[in-house]
Design a protein around this ligand. Structure first.
Ligand code: M6R
Length: 607
């Protein structure tokens, strides 16, 4: 989604803003712009397309030392130079960049047009700059405070005024905004990746707060001008973690990192002496954990598929009724919050609007919602009633990979804790831990055979439709496998429970529709093999993801990739990793923009 950055300090702002926008590229965008104040006038440059297009029109001699920048992911109005941000007022004094959606932009536009304001873009955001202008009486911060109270919707705003030197103002409601404190320089950004090269000291701005930065100071207030004391936090990760570090793509780097990211998600959370787990952030006593009668998990996209695996595990192994639901659906169906029910909101970014709003709705109804998140300090972990960080490190590629396997790890440990408090014996708990601890090495051995996945990708990349089929724990893996392929290769891919194909999707099967079957040695194996045969009988090409030594499956499939034999519950990890790599290689064969696939955004902060 859109990214914003603001800078105020002794250095020329333009290169810092462009560099910050480059670090925000991963969020997904289709145009970019900056506005720097130079000698009392606004130097505005914006361009549709990637940052290279913006850089090509930037004069080399922009020297102003405060300004704002934006990467736009179009919502209202096409992808054009004019619709790109920043937007400026007619007098050329005020510039704003906005993330979010102004829901009442039409009525505001009408009113401002009646008052003589001329709109040049189709965006909802342009109303903000004219509104600020209409309320401006010599103090940008004061005008912004009044203006945002007239907005319905969400905003993260940064703004400058040509007559207010060395001052950038930011405001937030529903779209993230973080302040970075440097040495005699200050930053505002929609996420810390934009500023971590300059500072690790940050302050998270909350909804309905306004922040004003000058080179050596900042001030945070509420909308009634009451000062708010904010806690300074430290970003623990290193700049190298948001660099490609010699890899061609972030997606490749992040897939290959998984042996270590899974290990990190387990670190200090498994206890062999007691054969159970420990998740400190849950903030629940043993008594409270024992009282839980139901678990409900919400999420979106890949996080939702991790939630589906978790629901299966928590119910079948933890023996607690558990369900996963799309956050976007939960919010609007007036959900019933039951007693003794524990909710989880799972999100890599911790900023997904669908998940965040559903979480707030559940909390309003009295639910205790815990977060399973990756991005430290994001809104969901800050607003949840406790939770677990998965410690994957920054995930930059739009397609989520390492976050999925680390989300699974958090849920596997939660399952172990719940099961051990109920029926699971010490010995079973020990087996579970042993099996889980083997996963990183097993993942490593799969990744060492990526060449074979590249070969499969080369063979099947030119088919227009692919089905992914699995059962039980591997049904959500099939869904996630299909999501990965469609996201990065643009091939139409669908995931189903293998049992479902006879209820409809089998009509799609012919020589041109390959099916990827996930077959393990679980109790549903024979049924999945029958489904494979049904597809073969209709001349559908079959690629099997199976277990080493499974000659029966290998003999039926046209092609296969075998994973190491493992504890039956661990296959979601071992099957997912090759599917990620398969999607990655397919995208390479087709020459796609692997890290920033078309139309997609990393952090979906609008509904
Ligand atoms: O940050 P979140 O985990 O909340 O994001 C949820 C989805 O937007 C995300 O998983 C999306 O589906 C990814 N592009 C998947 O690769």
């Amino acid at each position: 989604m859109c990214g914003i950055i603001g800078y105020c300090g002794p250095k020329p702002a333009a290169p810092i803003l462009v560099e910050g926008l480059r670090r925000l590229e991963y969020r997904g965008y289709d145009s970019a712009g900056i506005c720097v104040v130079e000698n009392g006038h606004l130097e505005l440059h914006k361009k549709k397309g990637k940052l290279a297009a913006l850089s090509s029109v930037l004069p080399p001699n922009v020297v102003g030392n405060y300004g704002i920048g934006h990467t736009r992911w179009a919502t209202h109005g096409e992808v054009t130079d004019i619709n790109a941000h920043p937007h400026i007022d007619g007098a050329g004094k005020i510039a704003i960049a906005h993330n979010g959606i102004v829901e009442n932009h039409e009525s505001l536009r009408e009113k401002l047009t009646d008052d003589g304001y001329v709109f040049i873009s189709e965006t909802d955001s342009e109303v903000i700059v004219h509104l600020i202008h209409s309320l401006y009486e010599g103090d940008l911060e004061a005008a912004i405070k009044q203006a945002v109270q007239l907005l319905t919707g969400t905003y993260g705003i940064v703004a400058v005024h040509a007559d207010e030197p060395n001052r950038v103002v930011g405001a937030r409601n529903g779209s993230p905004l973080v302040l970075g404190i440097g040495d005699d320089e200050m930053f505002l950004a929609s996420d810390v990746t934009a500023i971590v090269a300059h500072t690790k000291q940050v302050v998270y701005i909350e909804d309905h707060e306004v922040v004003t930065i000058t080179p050596d100071d900042y001030r945070t207030t509420d909308l009634t001008d009451r000062p708010i004391d904010k806690k300074i936090e430290f970003i623990s990760w290193e700049l190298a973690e948001i660099e490609k570090d010699g890899y061609t793509h972030f997606m490749q780097k992040e897939i290959l990192e998984q042996a270590s990211s899974i290990k990190r998600a387990m670190q200090g959370r498994l206890n062999k002496e007691t054969a159970t787990g420990h998740l400190g952030g849950l903030n629940l006593s043993s008594k409270e954990l024992l009282e839980i009668e139901r678990v409900k998990i919400i999420g979106a996209g890949t996080s939702f598929y991790a939630a589906m695996v978790a629901a299966y595990l928590i119910e079948s192994i933890g023996r607690i009724p558990c369900s996963a639901e799309l956050a976007s659906e939960v919010r609007y169906r007036n959900p019933v919050v039951e007693r003794n029910t524990l909710y989880f909101a799972v999100s890599q970014s911790g900023e997904t609007a669908d998940t965040l709003y559903a979480m707030r709705e559940l909390q309003r109804k009295g639910a205790r919602v815990l977060g399973i998140c990756n991005a430290v300090g994001a809104t969901i972990p800050r607003e949840s009633d406790g939770g677990v960080y998965i410690h994957s490190g920054p995930e930059i590629a739009v397609a989520s990979t390492k976050a999925f396997t680390s989300q699974l790890t958090a849920f596997y440990i939660f399952t172990l804790i719940m099961a051990r408090m109920r029926h699971m014996s010490f010995e079973e708990g020990s087996n579970f831990i042993r099996a889980l601890e083997k996963v990183p090495d097993q993942v490593e051995s799969i990744l060492a055979r990526s060449d074979k996945l590249a070969e499969l990708a080369a063979k099947y990349a030119h088919f227009n439709n692919v089905l992914f089929l699995g059962r039980g724990l591997n049904y959500p893996v099939a869904l996630e496998g299909a999501l990965k392929l469609k996201e990065v290769s643009y091939i139409h891919a669908e995931g189903y429970s293998a049992a479902e194909i006879k209820h409809g999707p089998i009509a799609l099967i012919n020589e041109q529709t390959p099916s990827v079957f996930i077959v393990t040695n679980d109790s549903l194996r024979e049924k999945v093999i029958s489904n494979m045969k049904e597809v073969k009988a209709r001349r559908g090409p079959v690629i099997a993801l199976c277990v080493e030594g499974d000659t029966e499956v290998m003999a039926i499939a046209d092609d296969h990739f075998a994973v190491p034999s493992a504890h039956e519950l661990m296959y979601p990890y071992l099957m997912m990793v090759p599917l990620q790599m398969y999607a990655y290689h397919t995208a390479l064969v087709l020459g796609r923009d692997v890290d920033q696939p078309r139309n997609l955004a990393k952090s979906v902060t609008v509904e």
